[in-house]
Design a protein around this ligand. Sequence first.
Ligand SMILES: Cc1ncc(COP(=O)(O)O)c(C=O)c1O
Length: 396
Amino acid sequence: MDSKTRFARRFVRPTGALELMQDLALAGSGVHMLGGGNPARIPAVEAVYARRLAEIAADPSQYGRFAASYAGPAGDGRFRAAVAATLADRYGWPLSERNVALTGGSQAAFFTLFNLLAGESVDARNRRVLLPLSPEYVGHTDVGLSEGMLVSRPADIERLDGRLFKYRPRLAGLESVPDVAAICVSRPTNPSGNVLTLDELGALDALARSRGVPLIVDAAYGLPFPGIQFVADGLLWNDNVILCLSLSKLGLPATRTGIVVAAEPVIEAPPPVVELPRERPSRPPATLAPASRALVAQAAAQRKKGDLPGASVSLDRALRIEPNNPLLWIETGRLRMDQRNFAQAENMARKALAMSVGDDATQSAAWDLVGQSLKARGRNVEAEEAFAKAREVAPR
Ligand SMILES: Cc1ncc(COP(=O)(O)O)c(C=O)c1O
Protein backbone atom coordinates (compact mmCIF):
# COMPACT_ATOMS: atom_id res chain seq x y z
CA MET A 1 0.00 0.00 0.00
CA ASP A 2 1.28 3.46 -0.82
CA SER A 3 1.08 5.43 2.44
CA LYS A 4 2.59 8.56 0.95
CA THR A 5 0.59 11.70 1.53
CA ARG A 6 -0.80 13.47 -1.52
CA PHE A 7 1.49 16.35 -0.66
CA ALA A 8 4.54 14.07 -0.67
CA ARG A 9 3.49 12.47 -3.93
CA ARG A 10 3.15 15.87 -5.51
CA PHE A 11 6.25 17.56 -4.13
CA VAL A 12 8.87 14.87 -3.44
CA ARG A 13 10.01 14.78 -7.05
CA PRO A 14 12.01 17.05 -9.32
CA THR A 15 9.89 20.18 -9.46
CA GLY A 16 10.60 23.08 -11.82
CA ALA A 17 11.74 25.41 -9.03
CA LEU A 18 13.92 22.70 -7.44
CA GLU A 19 15.73 21.94 -10.68
CA LEU A 20 16.21 25.66 -11.33
CA MET A 21 17.68 26.23 -7.88
CA GLN A 22 19.93 23.18 -8.24
CA ASP A 23 21.22 24.56 -11.53
CA LEU A 24 21.83 27.93 -9.92
CA ALA A 25 23.69 26.34 -7.01
CA LEU A 26 25.95 24.52 -9.50
CA ALA A 27 26.68 27.65 -11.50
CA GLY A 28 30.20 28.82 -10.74
CA SER A 29 31.34 32.34 -10.01
CA GLY A 30 31.30 34.65 -12.98
CA VAL A 31 27.83 33.53 -14.01
CA HIS A 32 25.40 36.44 -14.14
CA MET A 33 22.12 35.33 -12.61
CA LEU A 34 19.74 36.87 -15.09
CA GLY A 35 17.29 33.96 -15.26
CA GLY A 36 16.84 33.35 -11.54
CA GLY A 37 18.18 34.39 -8.18
CA ASN A 38 19.85 37.74 -7.68
CA PRO A 39 20.55 39.28 -11.10
CA ALA A 40 23.53 41.32 -9.99
CA ARG A 41 25.56 42.25 -6.93
CA ILE A 42 26.11 45.99 -7.19
CA PRO A 43 28.69 47.28 -4.68
CA ALA A 44 27.13 50.75 -4.35
CA VAL A 45 23.71 49.24 -3.58
CA GLU A 46 25.14 46.71 -1.17
CA ALA A 47 26.97 49.53 0.61
CA VAL A 48 23.60 51.19 1.32
CA TYR A 49 22.16 47.96 2.71
CA ALA A 50 25.30 47.39 4.84
CA ARG A 51 25.17 50.93 6.22
CA ARG A 52 21.49 50.58 7.17
CA LEU A 53 22.17 47.24 8.82
CA ALA A 54 24.97 48.79 10.89
CA GLU A 55 22.64 51.61 11.96
CA ILE A 56 19.94 49.12 12.91
CA ALA A 57 22.39 46.92 14.84
CA ALA A 58 23.62 49.96 16.79
CA ASP A 59 20.16 51.10 17.88
CA PRO A 60 18.33 48.80 20.35
CA SER A 61 14.85 49.93 19.36
CA GLN A 62 15.49 49.48 15.64
CA TYR A 63 17.20 46.15 16.37
CA GLY A 64 14.17 45.09 18.38
CA ARG A 65 11.88 45.78 15.43
CA PHE A 66 14.25 44.14 12.96
CA ALA A 67 15.14 40.92 14.77
CA ALA A 68 13.45 40.50 18.11
CA SER A 69 9.71 40.92 17.57
CA TYR A 70 6.98 39.30 15.56
CA ALA A 71 5.17 41.53 13.11
CA GLY A 72 1.38 41.42 12.59
CA PRO A 73 -0.15 38.80 10.28
CA ALA A 74 0.19 40.97 7.17
CA GLY A 75 3.74 42.06 8.02
CA ASP A 76 5.39 45.08 9.61
CA GLY A 77 2.95 48.01 9.58
CA ARG A 78 5.52 50.72 8.96
CA PHE A 79 7.05 48.86 6.07
CA ARG A 80 3.62 48.24 4.55
CA ALA A 81 2.72 51.91 4.96
CA ALA A 82 6.02 52.96 3.36
CA VAL A 83 5.39 50.69 0.35
CA ALA A 84 1.82 52.03 -0.02
CA ALA A 85 2.97 55.66 0.23
CA THR A 86 5.78 55.12 -2.30
CA LEU A 87 3.45 53.51 -4.86
CA ALA A 88 0.69 56.07 -4.25
CA ASP A 89 3.18 58.85 -4.72
CA ARG A 90 4.76 57.42 -7.87
CA TYR A 91 1.67 56.14 -9.66
CA GLY A 92 -1.25 57.97 -8.02
CA TRP A 93 -2.90 54.73 -6.90
CA PRO A 94 -5.29 55.05 -3.92
CA LEU A 95 -3.31 52.86 -1.51
CA SER A 96 -2.82 52.62 2.22
CA GLU A 97 -1.04 50.03 4.32
CA ARG A 98 -4.32 48.06 4.25
CA ASN A 99 -3.60 47.30 0.58
CA VAL A 100 -0.22 45.73 1.31
CA ALA A 101 0.74 42.34 2.76
CA LEU A 102 4.19 40.85 3.20
CA THR A 103 5.07 37.21 2.60
CA GLY A 104 8.21 35.11 2.95
CA GLY A 105 9.25 35.79 -0.64
CA SER A 106 6.87 36.31 -3.53
CA GLN A 107 7.07 32.58 -4.28
CA ALA A 108 5.16 32.03 -1.02
CA ALA A 109 2.59 34.60 -2.15
CA PHE A 110 2.01 32.68 -5.39
CA PHE A 111 1.65 29.43 -3.46
CA THR A 112 -0.99 30.98 -1.24
CA LEU A 113 -2.80 32.87 -3.99
CA PHE A 114 -2.89 30.03 -6.50
CA ASN A 115 -4.12 27.50 -3.97
CA LEU A 116 -6.70 29.82 -2.43
CA LEU A 117 -8.13 30.75 -5.79
CA ALA A 118 -7.73 27.58 -7.84
CA GLY A 119 -7.61 23.81 -7.42
CA GLU A 120 -10.36 21.52 -6.27
CA SER A 121 -13.14 23.56 -4.71
CA VAL A 122 -15.91 22.60 -2.32
CA ASP A 123 -18.33 22.22 -5.24
CA ALA A 124 -15.87 19.57 -6.59
CA ARG A 125 -14.98 21.66 -9.64
CA ASN A 126 -11.35 22.07 -10.55
CA ARG A 127 -10.51 25.68 -11.15
CA ARG A 128 -7.32 26.79 -12.81
CA VAL A 129 -4.89 29.66 -13.09
CA LEU A 130 -4.57 30.84 -16.68
CA LEU A 131 -1.06 31.82 -17.84
CA PRO A 132 -1.95 33.68 -21.04
CA LEU A 133 1.60 34.05 -22.31
CA SER A 134 3.97 31.14 -22.29
CA PRO A 135 6.92 30.60 -21.95
CA GLU A 136 6.32 31.67 -18.34
CA TYR A 137 8.21 31.50 -15.03
CA VAL A 138 9.10 27.88 -14.24
CA GLY A 139 8.52 28.49 -10.51
CA HIS A 140 4.77 28.68 -11.15
CA THR A 141 4.70 25.12 -12.46
CA ASP A 142 4.65 23.34 -9.15
CA VAL A 143 2.97 25.64 -6.68
CA GLY A 144 -0.43 23.98 -7.11
CA LEU A 145 -1.33 21.47 -4.40
CA SER A 146 -3.47 19.63 -6.92
CA GLU A 147 -2.46 18.49 -10.38
CA GLY A 148 -3.57 20.40 -13.44
CA MET A 149 -3.94 23.73 -11.71
CA LEU A 150 -2.35 25.70 -14.51
CA VAL A 151 -3.53 26.21 -18.05
CA SER A 152 -1.36 28.17 -20.46
CA ARG A 153 -1.47 29.48 -23.98
CA PRO A 154 1.53 29.90 -26.28
CA ALA A 155 2.50 33.43 -27.18
CA ASP A 156 2.36 34.78 -30.71
CA ILE A 157 5.85 35.65 -31.94
CA GLU A 158 6.23 38.96 -33.73
CA ARG A 159 9.43 39.21 -35.73
CA LEU A 160 11.17 42.58 -35.53
CA ASP A 161 14.13 44.07 -37.34
CA GLY A 162 17.65 43.26 -36.23
CA ARG A 163 16.99 39.57 -35.55
CA LEU A 164 14.74 40.48 -32.64
CA PHE A 165 11.31 39.19 -31.79
CA LYS A 166 8.58 39.95 -29.30
CA TYR A 167 6.14 37.67 -27.56
CA ARG A 168 2.56 38.90 -27.81
CA PRO A 169 -0.32 37.41 -25.83
CA ARG A 170 -2.84 35.75 -28.13
CA LEU A 171 -5.96 37.30 -26.70
CA ALA A 172 -8.49 35.70 -29.04
CA GLY A 173 -10.00 32.65 -27.43
CA LEU A 174 -8.85 33.43 -23.88
CA GLU A 175 -12.39 34.30 -22.87
CA SER A 176 -13.44 30.72 -23.58
CA VAL A 177 -10.77 28.84 -21.62
CA PRO A 178 -12.95 26.99 -19.11
CA ASP A 179 -12.73 26.91 -15.29
CA VAL A 180 -10.41 29.86 -14.89
CA ALA A 181 -10.13 31.27 -11.34
CA ALA A 182 -7.35 33.79 -11.93
CA ILE A 183 -5.11 35.06 -14.69
CA CYS A 184 -1.38 35.44 -13.98
CA VAL A 185 1.50 37.02 -15.88
CA SER A 186 5.07 37.88 -14.98
CA ARG A 187 6.31 41.24 -16.26
CA PRO A 188 9.06 41.07 -17.36
CA THR A 189 8.47 37.44 -18.13
CA ASN A 190 11.07 35.08 -16.76
CA PRO A 191 12.95 33.57 -18.59
CA SER A 192 12.43 35.51 -21.82
CA GLY A 193 12.63 39.07 -20.48
CA ASN A 194 9.58 39.91 -22.59
CA VAL A 195 7.69 42.92 -21.27
CA LEU A 196 3.93 43.06 -21.81
CA THR A 197 2.98 46.53 -22.98
CA LEU A 198 0.64 48.57 -20.85
CA ASP A 199 -2.04 48.08 -23.52
CA GLU A 200 -1.60 44.31 -23.37
CA LEU A 201 -1.79 44.43 -19.59
CA GLY A 202 -4.94 46.56 -19.89
CA ALA A 203 -6.51 44.02 -22.26
CA LEU A 204 -5.72 41.19 -19.84
CA ASP A 205 -7.17 43.26 -17.01
CA ALA A 206 -10.38 43.79 -19.03
CA LEU A 207 -10.53 40.07 -19.78
CA ALA A 208 -10.05 39.22 -16.09
CA ARG A 209 -12.81 41.63 -15.11
CA SER A 210 -15.20 40.28 -17.72
CA ARG A 211 -14.59 36.80 -16.33
CA GLY A 212 -14.95 37.98 -12.71
CA VAL A 213 -11.46 36.78 -11.76
CA PRO A 214 -8.38 38.64 -10.50
CA LEU A 215 -5.32 39.45 -12.59
CA ILE A 216 -2.11 38.51 -10.75
CA VAL A 217 0.94 40.44 -11.96
CA ASP A 218 4.33 39.09 -10.93
CA ALA A 219 6.66 42.08 -11.15
CA ALA A 220 9.59 40.50 -9.30
CA TYR A 221 12.03 41.84 -11.90
CA GLY A 222 10.03 44.80 -13.11
CA LEU A 223 8.65 48.15 -12.11
CA PRO A 224 8.74 49.78 -9.66
CA PHE A 225 11.84 47.97 -8.38
CA PRO A 226 14.33 46.71 -9.45
CA GLY A 227 12.90 47.90 -12.79
CA ILE A 228 14.99 45.55 -14.96
CA GLN A 229 12.89 46.14 -18.04
CA PHE A 230 13.76 48.10 -21.08
CA VAL A 231 10.32 49.47 -21.85
CA ALA A 232 9.31 51.64 -18.92
CA ASP A 233 5.73 52.30 -20.00
CA GLY A 234 4.23 52.26 -16.54
CA LEU A 235 2.46 49.75 -14.41
CA LEU A 236 -1.17 48.85 -13.84
CA TRP A 237 -3.01 48.49 -10.57
CA ASN A 238 -6.68 48.59 -9.66
CA ASP A 239 -8.91 46.69 -7.27
CA ASN A 240 -8.95 43.65 -9.56
CA VAL A 241 -5.17 43.45 -9.86
CA ILE A 242 -3.02 41.56 -7.36
CA LEU A 243 0.47 42.96 -7.83
CA CYS A 244 3.29 40.82 -6.43
CA LEU A 245 6.66 42.46 -5.80
CA SER A 246 9.83 41.09 -4.28
CA LEU A 247 12.99 42.35 -2.65
CA SER A 248 14.94 39.41 -4.08
CA LYS A 249 15.88 40.91 -7.42
CA LEU A 250 16.65 44.18 -5.68
CA GLY A 251 19.65 42.43 -4.20
CA LEU A 252 18.12 40.97 -1.03
CA PRO A 253 17.09 37.38 -1.85
CA ALA A 254 18.16 36.11 1.57
CA THR A 255 15.56 38.31 3.29
CA ARG A 256 12.87 36.51 1.22
CA THR A 257 10.45 39.41 1.31
CA GLY A 258 7.46 39.29 -1.00
CA ILE A 259 5.03 42.20 -1.21
CA VAL A 260 1.42 41.76 -2.27
CA VAL A 261 -0.49 44.90 -3.30
CA ALA A 262 -4.21 44.30 -3.65
CA ALA A 263 -7.70 45.49 -2.77
CA GLU A 264 -8.33 45.59 0.97
CA PRO A 265 -10.62 42.52 1.11
CA VAL A 266 -7.88 40.44 -0.50
CA ILE A 267 -5.35 41.58 2.08
CA GLU A 268 -7.69 41.52 5.05
CA ALA A 269 -9.31 38.12 4.68
CA PRO A 270 -8.06 36.01 7.58
CA PRO A 271 -4.60 34.76 6.79
CA PRO A 272 -3.84 33.51 4.33
CA VAL A 273 -5.01 36.23 2.25
CA VAL A 274 -7.64 36.04 -0.48
CA GLU A 275 -11.35 36.30 -1.16
CA LEU A 276 -12.68 33.69 -3.51
CA PRO A 277 -13.81 34.71 -6.98
CA ARG A 278 -17.04 36.64 -6.94
CA GLU A 279 -20.24 34.80 -7.58
CA ARG A 280 -21.37 35.30 -11.14
CA PRO A 281 -24.27 37.74 -11.44
CA SER A 282 -27.52 36.04 -12.18
CA ARG A 283 -30.41 37.13 -14.39
CA PRO A 284 -33.51 35.31 -15.67
CA PRO A 285 -33.31 33.52 -19.03
CA ALA A 286 -33.92 35.74 -22.07
CA THR A 287 -37.28 35.36 -23.85
CA LEU A 288 -38.64 36.56 -27.18
CA ALA A 289 -41.38 39.17 -27.53
CA PRO A 290 -44.48 37.76 -29.37
CA ALA A 291 -43.70 39.60 -32.63
CA SER A 292 -40.13 38.38 -32.84
CA ARG A 293 -41.17 34.89 -31.72
CA ALA A 294 -43.47 34.74 -34.75
CA LEU A 295 -40.64 35.89 -37.02
CA VAL A 296 -38.24 33.29 -35.54
CA ALA A 297 -40.85 30.59 -36.20
CA GLN A 298 -41.23 31.87 -39.77
CA ALA A 299 -37.43 31.84 -40.23
CA ALA A 300 -37.28 28.27 -38.92
CA ALA A 301 -39.88 27.18 -41.50
CA GLN A 302 -37.97 29.00 -44.26
CA ARG A 303 -34.68 27.35 -43.21
CA LYS A 304 -36.39 23.97 -43.31
CA LYS A 305 -37.47 24.59 -46.90
CA GLY A 306 -33.91 25.70 -47.78
CA ASP A 307 -34.95 29.33 -48.21
CA LEU A 308 -31.94 30.75 -46.38
CA PRO A 309 -32.21 34.30 -47.82
CA GLY A 310 -35.87 34.40 -46.75
CA ALA A 311 -34.94 33.24 -43.25
CA SER A 312 -32.32 35.95 -43.12
CA VAL A 313 -34.90 38.63 -43.96
CA SER A 314 -37.25 37.34 -41.23
CA LEU A 315 -34.49 37.37 -38.60
CA ASP A 316 -33.36 40.85 -39.68
CA ARG A 317 -36.91 42.07 -39.10
CA ALA A 318 -36.95 40.46 -35.65
CA LEU A 319 -33.62 42.11 -34.84
CA ARG A 320 -35.05 45.48 -35.78
CA ILE A 321 -37.75 44.89 -33.16
CA GLU A 322 -35.40 43.58 -30.44
CA PRO A 323 -31.79 44.44 -31.32
CA ASN A 324 -30.56 43.60 -27.83
CA ASN A 325 -32.13 40.19 -27.53
CA PRO A 326 -29.30 37.61 -27.39
CA LEU A 327 -31.64 34.82 -28.51
CA LEU A 328 -32.08 36.56 -31.87
CA TRP A 329 -28.32 36.83 -32.33
CA ILE A 330 -27.99 33.13 -31.58
CA GLU A 331 -30.74 32.31 -34.10
CA THR A 332 -29.05 34.47 -36.72
CA GLY A 333 -25.71 32.84 -35.90
CA ARG A 334 -27.26 29.41 -36.45
CA LEU A 335 -28.55 30.58 -39.82
CA ARG A 336 -25.02 31.78 -40.68
CA MET A 337 -23.81 28.26 -39.90
CA ASP A 338 -26.28 26.94 -42.48
CA GLN A 339 -24.94 29.55 -44.88
CA ARG A 340 -21.40 28.30 -44.09
CA ASN A 341 -20.40 31.74 -42.86
CA PHE A 342 -18.71 30.37 -39.75
CA ALA A 343 -16.78 33.48 -38.76
CA GLN A 344 -19.95 35.56 -38.70
CA ALA A 345 -21.71 32.83 -36.75
CA GLU A 346 -18.97 33.09 -34.11
CA ASN A 347 -19.24 36.89 -34.01
CA MET A 348 -22.96 36.64 -33.43
CA ALA A 349 -22.52 34.07 -30.70
CA ARG A 350 -20.00 36.33 -28.99
CA LYS A 351 -22.38 39.25 -29.27
CA ALA A 352 -25.01 37.10 -27.57
CA LEU A 353 -22.50 36.24 -24.87
CA ALA A 354 -21.82 39.90 -24.17
CA MET A 355 -25.56 40.59 -23.98
CA SER A 356 -26.46 37.74 -21.66
CA VAL A 357 -23.99 37.88 -18.79
CA GLY A 358 -25.63 36.13 -15.84
CA ASP A 359 -28.21 34.28 -17.97
CA ASP A 360 -26.77 30.78 -17.85
CA ALA A 361 -29.17 29.17 -20.34
CA THR A 362 -28.46 31.75 -23.04
CA GLN A 363 -24.73 31.76 -22.28
CA SER A 364 -24.66 28.00 -22.66
CA ALA A 365 -26.46 28.16 -26.04
CA ALA A 366 -24.10 30.89 -27.21
CA TRP A 367 -20.99 28.95 -26.15
CA ASP A 368 -22.34 25.94 -27.98
CA LEU A 369 -22.66 28.04 -31.13
CA VAL A 370 -19.10 29.35 -30.64
CA GLY A 371 -17.98 25.71 -30.41
CA GLN A 372 -19.88 24.72 -33.58
CA SER A 373 -18.41 27.61 -35.53
CA LEU A 374 -14.87 26.79 -34.39
CA LYS A 375 -15.31 23.10 -35.11
CA ALA A 376 -16.57 23.88 -38.60
CA ARG A 377 -13.25 25.66 -39.21
CA GLY A 378 -11.16 22.77 -37.85
CA ARG A 379 -10.22 24.63 -34.65
CA ASN A 380 -10.98 21.56 -32.60
CA VAL A 381 -9.10 22.34 -29.37
CA GLU A 382 -10.72 25.76 -29.02
CA ALA A 383 -14.05 24.21 -30.02
CA GLU A 384 -13.76 21.65 -27.22
CA GLU A 385 -13.06 24.45 -24.77
CA ALA A 386 -16.15 26.31 -25.92
CA PHE A 387 -18.27 23.15 -25.58
CA ALA A 388 -16.82 22.62 -22.09
CA LYS A 389 -17.78 26.19 -21.24
CA ALA A 390 -21.30 25.52 -22.58
CA ARG A 391 -21.57 22.50 -20.28
CA GLU A 392 -20.04 24.38 -17.35
CA VAL A 393 -22.57 27.21 -17.42
CA ALA A 394 -25.60 25.12 -18.42
CA PRO A 395 -28.28 25.38 -15.73
CA ARG A 396 -28.50 22.13 -13.78
C1 LIG B 1 9.62 35.90 -12.24
C2 LIG B 1 9.87 35.55 -10.82
N1 LIG B 1 8.87 35.73 -9.93
C3 LIG B 1 9.03 35.41 -8.63
C4 LIG B 1 10.23 34.89 -8.17
C5 LIG B 1 10.31 34.53 -6.71
O1 LIG B 1 11.10 35.40 -5.99
P1 LIG B 1 11.06 35.50 -4.41
O2 LIG B 1 10.30 34.32 -3.85
O3 LIG B 1 12.50 35.45 -3.98
O4 LIG B 1 10.40 36.79 -4.06
C6 LIG B 1 11.29 34.68 -9.04
C7 LIG B 1 12.56 34.13 -8.57
O5 LIG B 1 13.46 33.84 -9.33
C8 LIG B 1 11.10 35.02 -10.40
O6 LIG B 1 12.06 34.85 -11.29
